[in-house]
Design a protein around this ligand. Structure first.
Ligand code: ATP
Length: 260
């Protein structure tokens, strides 16, 4: 592929830094994603993954550095402003409304994206364009049969699929998936993987995940964070034999009192 064929990055993080008191939790982190990229961000406990996600979504303010979407800085935008520019973090199960249905959750996301007021929510079933999208998203994630059930009645794995459906209803260009398979029983992780495999081809995806099997099956590129800094950025096939990565993981196990 020539340089001309390579699309420009849709998401760039440039020299991002954050301290908590004297602790440098994000240390000069730079990375970028192009449309269609499938990247996993991994690292031992306490490496700074959650802080990194909070900085890029705008939930936390960085001390230095820049986050860019489509080449433009979004540093001044709050999380909602960044969602409008196409940076969407998968909604967390803990933020789902247990008494609401999957259809209602996805409808709310469609109404938000299309700039319609929450007051229209009561009437969304009468809006053909909203209903069409709701059905399309829920069919794509295998949740169609459950669309009118209450969230509290559906299995945890299905709730996690609903998180992805809500995120996709916001029509992201960049999707941050925070441990999409965490807490899901082994018997249901196949459905999560299927959903990840079916994500729109042009979407840039950054997945934070502890499950290495899932990382290796999903990611085309892996970034490893340790003590807030990027210590590896490369192919999944090379990550396990990288000395710095091995040291970081062994060090963290030893620190946590596990046999290294
Ligand atoms: N609000 C805060 N104030 C002070 N220190 C914090 C704060 N949030 C996180 N930290 C510290 O920053 C470091 C990175 O934490 P973070 O949660 O980002 O790591 P992580 O890689 O997501 O970890 P895990 O995989 O265990 O969730 C840790 O040492 C943590 O104790």
């Amino acid at each position: 592929m020539s340089a001309q064929d390579t699309p420009a990055p849709v998401f760039e993080v440039v020299h991002l830094a954050k301290n908590f008191g004297g602790l440098r939790v994000t240390n000069d982190v730079s990375l970028s994603l192009r449309p269609g990229d499938r990247m996993a961000l991994i690292g031992p406990n306490g490496a700074g993954k959650t802080t990194f996600v909070n900085l890029v979504t705008g939930a936390l303010k960085a001390d230095a550095g820049e986050v860019r979407l489509n080449g433009e800085s979004v540093n001044r935008l709050d999380p909602i402003g960044r969602v409008r520019r196409g940076l969407v973090r998968s909604f967390q199960v803990t933020r789902l409304f247990l008494e609401m249905t999957p259809a209602e959750h996805v409808a709310l996301a469609v109404l938000q994206r299309t700039g319609r007021s929450g007051r229209m929510f009561g009437n969304f079933r009468a809006m053909p364009d909203v209903m069409e999208e709701v059905e399309e998203q829920l069919v794509a994630l295998g949740l169609h049969d459950l669309m009118h059930r209450k969230v509290r009645e559906i299995a945890y794995g299905q709730q996690r699929l609903l998180e992805i459906a809500i995120a996709l209803a916001l029509k992201p260009r960049v999707l941050l998936l925070d441990e999409p398979a965490a807490g899901v029983p082994q018997s249901d992780t196949g459905r999560i993987e299927q959903a990840l495999a079916g994500l729109p081809a042009s979407l840039a995806v950054l997945m934070i995940e502890h499950d290495m099997d899932l990382v290796f099956r999903f990611a085309k590129r892996v970034v490893v964070l340790a003590a807030g800094a990027v210590i590896f950025d490369g192919l999944p096939a090379d990550v396990a034999r990288d000395d710095r990565v091995r040291e970081a993981y062994l060090g963290s196990y030893a620190h946590a009192g596990h046999a290294a």
